[in-house]
Design a protein around this ligand. Structure first.
Ligand code: ADP
Length: 151
């Protein structure tokens, strides 16, 4: 069973995430969308909302499940018997950031990170931009799946 964990805050899920996840479906038998719980971080959407948006977005895809976790991502992967971590790359900043984490996770637990580069026209999308637009009362519907309410 080829199982991957896609860890993230998903605050909220965007069409950038959806692009990566949909393209990863043929590569794995199961993908766990894993929302990391970090009590020190302030989120715009509650944990329950972030779980719900992901579940609604992927309800027609039996290979995808949504979970939450505390602690190290590699410990969660071991617990879930997932040999792979899935991450998306938008640009060289993502690459530099992800490189050290991916190398560390491999050294810690032998878990390989599989990177997919965003599709053309998707690399400008980020949860940060969505949150900024929301904060200022703007319309962010072109950046998120239908499950995420606009405004
Ligand atoms: P984190 O808080 O861990 O950065 P995010 O929810 O912001 O979590 O991102 C999770 C993953 O999704 C990261 O690998 C990030 O690079 C990827 N990602 C986010 N937006 C895009 C996008 N537009 N195209 C490709 N990958 C993306």
């Amino acid at each position: 069973m080829k199982r991957a964990v896609f860890p993230g805050s998903f605050d909220p899920v965007t069409l950038g995430h959806v692009d990566i996840i949909e393209r990863a479906v043929p590569l794995f038998d199961e993908i766990i969308l894993a929302i990391g719980i970090n009590l020190d971080k302030k989120y715009m959407f509650s944990l329950e909302e972030r779980v719900r948006f992901l579940e609604e977005t992927f309800k027609g895809e039996p290979k995808i499940i949504v979970k939450t976790y505390n602690g190290l991502t590699v410990d969660f992967c071991i617990k879930e018997k997932a040999a792979f971590i899935l991450r998306g790359l938008r640009n060289t900043i993502d690459l530099e950031f992800e490189k050290t984490i991916g190398q560390t996770n491999f050294r810690l637990a032998g878990i390989e990170t599989v990177f997919l580069i965003s599709s053309p026209g998707k690399s400008h999308i980020s949860s940060t931009v969505v949150r900024d637009i929301k904060k200022h009362g703007g319309d962010y519907s072109i950046l998120v799946p239908d499950a995420v309410p606009n405004k």
